[in-house]
Design a protein around this ligand. Sequence first.
Ligand SMILES: N[C@@H](CCC(=O)N[C@@H](CS)C(=O)NCC(=O)O)C(=O)O
Length: 253
Amino acid sequence: MEYLSVEEAKNRSGLRLVLTRGVPGPWGEAAKAIFQLHNVGYFAVEQKAGQDNPELVEWTGHRNAPIALYENEPSRVRWLEMLDLAQRLGSGASLVPEIRDDRMLMVGLINEIAGENGFGWNARLLMFHAGITAQGPEAANNPMYAEYQYEAGKIEGAKHHIEGLLHDLASRIKAQKEQGSAYLIGSQLTAADVYWAYFSNMLEPLPPEQNPIPDGLRQIWGVLASTISDYDPILIEYRDNIFADHLTLPLTF
Ligand SMILES: N[C@@H](CCC(=O)N[C@@H](CS)C(=O)NCC(=O)O)C(=O)O
């Protein structure tokens, strides 16, 4: 995939989307898909994983990814801000349910998956913990450990949080299936399906030909499945169907 440097991106207009280069970060992959499903073009801008990225901080106020910059509007870093922007700028079927109860459910579900202290956040704590266990405390010198609030005392809670969410997600998928729906909410694709499709890669990555993750990262993500108790395979079957029917493979990053 082509990336602009921060300096190059500053001189472009339209939508610039800062993404971690060479890594299928689930926050970034889901944001890319939301813009793509709405036919919104963007320039990809490079963020370097785990590094200080000073030019990015100076430009946007943020060090990590994704960051969406549209014209001269303020930086957007949260999933809901990016979804709102895609809905505003784009075309195609809405990824937000019409019915208010469904909409509230969608926002809550994605927050459980992608929000601070959600599935991805807690999965990352388990991965950091495995890094420290394998490499010793110097592993925590990486700035990400402090930024994403790693503490050894949070590990048990993180595990339970993930197990509880996976249980509830699987129950929801089964209940929806009984109603004849292949989606998490209602009878159409919403942003919640898109977010789970990409975040589920932390639990069970798509095969290398569909998701060519660097080997080291594939191993690190493997920590999640081997740390938590068994999960229902329907979580992955359903995600595979969402990819087959709606999303672009292979992932490019
Ligand atoms: N800003 C996002 C979270 C973004 C996030 O966690 N990004 C990680 C995803 S892997 C990242 O950029 N990691 C690489 C780094 O921190 O350098 C949100 O609040 O929803």
